[in-house]
Structures are given as structure tokens and as C-alpha cells.
Write a protein that binds this ligand. Structure first.
Ligand SMILES: Cc1cc2nc3c(=O)[nH]c(=O)nc-3n(C[C@H](O)[C@H](O)[C@H](O)COP(=O)(O)OP(=O)(O)OC[C@H]3O[C@@H](n4cnc5c(N)ncnc54)[C@H](O)[C@@H]3O)c2cc1C
Ligand code: SF4
Ligand code: SF4
Length: 485
């Protein structure tokens, strides 16, 4: 009997290495006495080793999960091939805040990396940093043909910077009005152990040949009214004022000396102006601002005791897990399921009265709702209380006709398609993190471009190449749809 023909050999799947090359970090004992950088860059050899773990998925899950569609699969491939200049170019090609994001992005890409199913995802953010550190990242963006139209951007945070970039590379003349002395927005409250203004300056240096003017120390809304910008010759306005004001707990005693709103405290610390805190510090909150507050407090408490009070449990904390882990390593004590009731003290804070919480039914976001337990009050003694319970927008001077919608995170948005407000030519957006704010701003900037093209009687096209070649933007091969939460 003739033997059956042997079946063709199937290609074996790529070998998957589940173990991440360790990311170098400053040891805990060395780092808590000052604000030195904690996470360091990979060495060149380690970056290449880590990049070689990537199996270059046909469908780029990591890119689909990035709110700005950063082609991380491509820069990882280039790092693996030791082509660092090319990797750096790919990195800044879709991302005008690459240097800042390689330090502070919440790594949505890593959550979707397929390697996470078997082990630790590829260190995608850390490889962005390697691309920028070992390749030439000081590449100037080049505008396409000038459009002869002016756009005002109000607020120079990540959303405003992204919009200025999207419009600048399309050839628009952009003026960014920023009330602070440097663009960057809330990135300028992140403590220096994670990032500094130098990272923002390095990113903005690539804008040098675009027609983008940074009008700092200029607030829109008081003497300069937003609606007047349209009359002054700006054909469109993008409002990206974010959330520059802190929320309060709304409990008695909150105005006692020794009680600090986290936002203003972190802003001062970012600039190297350290407040005189006590040695028995309590921080209220469970988000990233609370994590930056406890970890900054550890560095300013001179060996004192730092506690965090949060009204839900550990699993419900919205803070980044890496930050929670860092705070735990730095001996922060976490007190869960306690909500603040009142602050006590005569001429200075002496304690925080809290009430126990039971976790009830899940809310719309799936987080269990805290329910007060009657008769469970107790006092946590402290000499410093830091309040990190959220931020809101400062809308003073913005007319009601804009009819903003306030997002759950507090920033104003236009209700129409492309974040258009009720006033023609005015758009508004922001976001829950640096890269999410950039993603919404990118969508809004495309809508601004479409609006201005319409005024010129032209059809909008894809994003031009930011380095001035005739190529236009294409989605990476295999890309299907964005993954967003
Ligand atoms: C302490 C802290 C730590 C954080 N850590 C991280 C992190 O690690 N990673 C991350 O991804 N995100 C982090 N975030 C969140 C992130 O910073 C924000 O989501 C992001 O900055 C929002 O960008 P935005 O441009 O929408 O608004 P913003 O960053 O708030 O920027 C708005 C800008 O508008 C300016 N402005 C406001 N009103 C006016 C006006 N009337 N006229 C002119 N200018 C005005 C403000 O000065 C500001 O520069 C952190 C936030 C805080 C507070
Ligand atoms: S910007 Fe953030 S989410 Fe996007 S690829 Fe980089 S680290 Fe990942
Ligand atoms: S999902 Fe992970 S393994 Fe796949 S291409 Fe992206 S980084 Fe590489």
C-alpha cells in the first residue's frame, strides 16, 4: 500500500518569553530622602533584549490600545534591530509628547499586550524611553504648506499641545494661550522623581519650525474673552483648560492651618519649593494625585509617619498599580473603607475624624459604593492633612453660550461631533490622563481642520508627515479598531 504524503510542516509559533528584563530602579532606602528620579532607563543591551521578547503580532493590540495610536510595535522592532535613530523617529512621528510620556504614561498598550496572557507584558513605555535616549530624538517638525488661517488654543496642557501639533504640521498659524509660565498643564504637578519640566521642554523643542506661538502668563476669560478671539482674526478656537482647581471635601475644619490642597502643594513641589510639612501626615484620596501626595509627603516628613485614607477598598482604588506598589514599598500606611467626617484642631490641624464604610452595590463604573456604618466614628491624629479628592475646571469668564458638557473628571468638552461647542468654530476637549487628553485633542483638531477646510472650500485630508515628506498618515498594518476603556 502506498504511504500517505507527509503533511507540510506547520510553521512553529514564535517562542514566547514571559519574563520581563528588569527595569532599573533606585533602591527604596536611597530614594525616599529626596526627589531623585526613581525609574532609570534600560541599558542599550537590556533594551534590545526586552524588545526581542515582542512577537510582532499581526494584529497590533498594543497600538489599538494606545489613545494616540502610537506605532509602538514598529519602534520595538527597530530597537530589537538596534536601529535607534529610526526607532526615535517613529516614536516622535505620532507623539509630540514622547519624552514626557516615556516617563509618565499609564501604559494602556501594556494592558493589551498579548504577552500579558502568559507572563509580564513587553515594557513598551520603557522601550519608548530607550528609543529616545539611544537614538536622535531632537528632530524638528516641519509644517506643510501654510494655510493662511489662524487658530487660538486656550490652555497649554497635553490636550492643547497635541492640538497645536496637529494643526501646526497641517500649516495653520497657532497661538497657544497659557496662564502659567510654561506649557505642560497638570504634568507640571507630577513630582520630580517621575518627571521634570526638562522633559516637557525637550518635547516642545521639536516644535521650533512650526508656526506655533506660546503666549504664556496669559489667561483667557478675564481681560481677554474667549468669544473675542474669533473677532480678533482667529478662525477657530480650541479650549483645553483642563482641571486647574482643586475640589474640597466640604467638611468642617477643612480651612485650618496645616490642611493642604494636594494640587497647589504638588505644583510647588514640582518647582522645588518644598512646604514645611509635619511628621504625622494623612492624605485623603485614592487616585494618582493621592499617590503623588503620599510619596512626596514621605520625602518631606523626615522619617515621620504617612497614612492614606480612602473610602473604598484597595481593589477599587483608581490609582496606577505601579504607583500604589511604590507607595507601599516606601512604607505608606493604607487605611481603607474610612471616609472623612470633620477636621479637628484649634489653631492648627490635630486630627481627622473618619467613619467606617461598608461596600454596597456596584456603581455605573462597576466600583462598589461606600455606605457609612452608623456609630463607627474614630479620630486619626495628624499634624498635616493633604486633600486629594479631585479637580475641577475654572470656568470663570467662559460664556454660557458655549454650552460645555463637564466630563466626570471635571474638564469641559464640546457636546457636538468632533467636540464642537454650541458656538461655530469653537471646540473643547480634555482627558483623564496625558495620553487620553492628547487623543481627544487629536480628534478635535481633525474637526477644526475639517471646519477650516470647509471655509477654504477644500476637502480635509489625512495627517501630513510631520517631517515634511510627501507621505501621509496610514494606520499600522493589521490595525482593526481602537481598544478604549
Ligand atoms: C498630580 C497629578 C499627577 C498626574 N500623573 C499623571 C501620570 O502619571 N500620567 C498621566 O497620564 N496623567 C497624569 N495625570 C493626569 C494628567 O496630567 C491630565 O489628565 C492631563 O494633564 C489633562 O490634560 P489637559 O490638557 O486636558 O488639561 P490640563 O493638564 O489641566 O491643562 C490645562 C491647561 O490650561 C491652562 N489654563 C486653564 N485655564 C486657562 C485659561 N482660562 N486661560 C489660559 N490657560 C488656562 C492650565 O494652566 C493648564 O496648563 C496627573 C494629574 C495630576 C494632577
Ligand atoms: S503613549 Fe502610552 S499607551 Fe501609547 S504606546 Fe506609549 S506608553 Fe503605550
Ligand atoms: S501586543 Fe505585545 S507582543 Fe504583540 S506587537 Fe504589541 S508589544 Fe509586541
Amino acid at each position: 500500500m502506498a504511504s500517505a504524503a507527509a503533511a507540510p510542516a506547520r510553521p512553529s509559533p514564535p517562542k514566547l518569553n514571559p519574563v520581563r528584563v528588569p527595569v532599573p530602579e533606585e533602591p527604596v532606602e536611597a530614594r525616599t530622602g529626596d526627589f531623585r528620579e526613581i525609574v532609570h532607563a534600560y541599558s542599550l543591551q537590556d533594551a534590545v533584549l526586552e524588545a526581542k521578547r515582542c512577537i510582532q503580532c499581526r494584529r497590533p493590540w498594543c497600538v489599538e490600545a494606545c489613545p494616540i495610536t502610537q506605532d509602538c510595535r514598529e519602534y520595538i522592532k527597530l530597537v530589537a534591530e538596534e536601529r535607534f535613530d529610526d526607532a526615535a523617529k517613529v516614536t516622535v512621528q505620532d507623539n509630540p509628547l514622547a519624552t514626557s510620556l516615556c516617563k509618565v504614561c499609564y501604559r494602556y498598550c501594556e494592558e493589551s499586550c498579548v504577552i500579558a496572557k502568559k507572563g509580564v507584558p513587553i515594557a513598551i513605555r520603557q522601550l519608548k524611553r530607550a528609543a529616545l535616549e539611544f537614538g536622535n530624538s531632537d528632530i524638528a517638525y516641519i509644517p506643510s504648506t501654510p494655510k493662511g488661517q489662524r487658530v487660538a488654543v486656550v490652555g497649554g496642557g497635553p490636550a492643547g499641545i497635541m492640538a497645536a501639533w496637529e494643526l501646526g504640521i497641517r500649516g495653520y498659524s497657532v497661538t497657544v494661550f497659557e496662564q502659567a509660565d510654561l506649557a505642560g498643564g497638570l504634568m507640571r504637578t507630577i513630582p520630580a522623581y517621575r518627571m521634570t519640566d526638562e522633559d516637557i521642554r525637550n518635547d516642545l523643542r521639536r516644535f521650533r519650525d512650526l508656526d506655533v506661538v506660546w503666549k504664556t502668563d496669559t489667561r483667557v476669560g478675564t481681560t481677554l474673552r474667549p468669544e473675542e478671539l474669533l473677532k480678533e482674526g482667529y478662525q477657530a478656537v480650541f479650549v483645553s483648560i483642563g482641571t486647574s482647581t482643586h475640589r474640597v471635601m466640604g467638611i468642617p475644619g477643612e480651612d485650618l492651618p496645616g490642611v493642604y490642597p494636594a494640587l497647589s502643594m504638588l505644583k510647588a513641589i514640582h518647582q522645588g519649593q518644598y512646604p514645611q510639612l509635619g511628621t504625622n501626615i494623612v492624605v485623603v484620596g485614592g487616585g494618582d494625585v493621592a499617590m503623588d501626595s503620599v510619596r512626596s509627603a514621605v520625602r518631606l516628613a523626615h522619617g515621620g509617619h504617612v497614612r492614606l485614607v480612602y473610602r473604598r477598598g484597595r481593589d477599587e482604588m483608581p490609582a496606577d498599580r505601579e504607583e500604589v506598589h511604590g507607595a507601599e514599598q516606601e512604607q505608606v500606611e493604607f487605611i481603607f473603607q474610612k471616609a472623612p467626617v470633620r477636621v479637628i484642631g484649634t489653631d492648627h490641624v490635630e486630627g481627622l475624624v473618619v467613619q467606617s464604610m461598608e461596600l454596597g452595590q456596584p456603581d455605573a463604573k462597576g466600583r462598589r459604593t461606600p455606605v457609612p456604618v452608623a456609630g463607627s466614628e474614630e479620630t486619626i491624629p495628624c499634624d498635616t492633612l493633604i486633600v486629594a479628592v479631585g479637580q475641577r475646571a475654572d470656568l470663570e469668564g467662559f460664556p454660557a453660550e458655549l454650552d460645555f458638557k463637564l466630563a466626570s473628571g471635571g474638564w469641559p468638552e464640546g457636546k457636538g461631533p468632533g467636540y464642537a461647542t454650541a458656538v461655530p468654530g469653537v471646540f473643547a476637549a480634555g482627558g483623564k490622563s496625558v495620553v487620553y487628553a492628547m487623543g481627544t485633542a487629536s480628534d478635535a483638531a481633525k474637526a477644526v481642520d475639517a471646519y477650516l477646510c470647509h471655509l477654504r472650500g477644500e476637502t480635509p485630508g489625512p495627517r501630513p508627515d510631520p517631517f515634511g515628506t510627501s507621505a501621509t498618515y496610514k494606520l499600522p498594518a493589521g490595525y482593526t479598531a481602537p481598544i478604549r476603556d
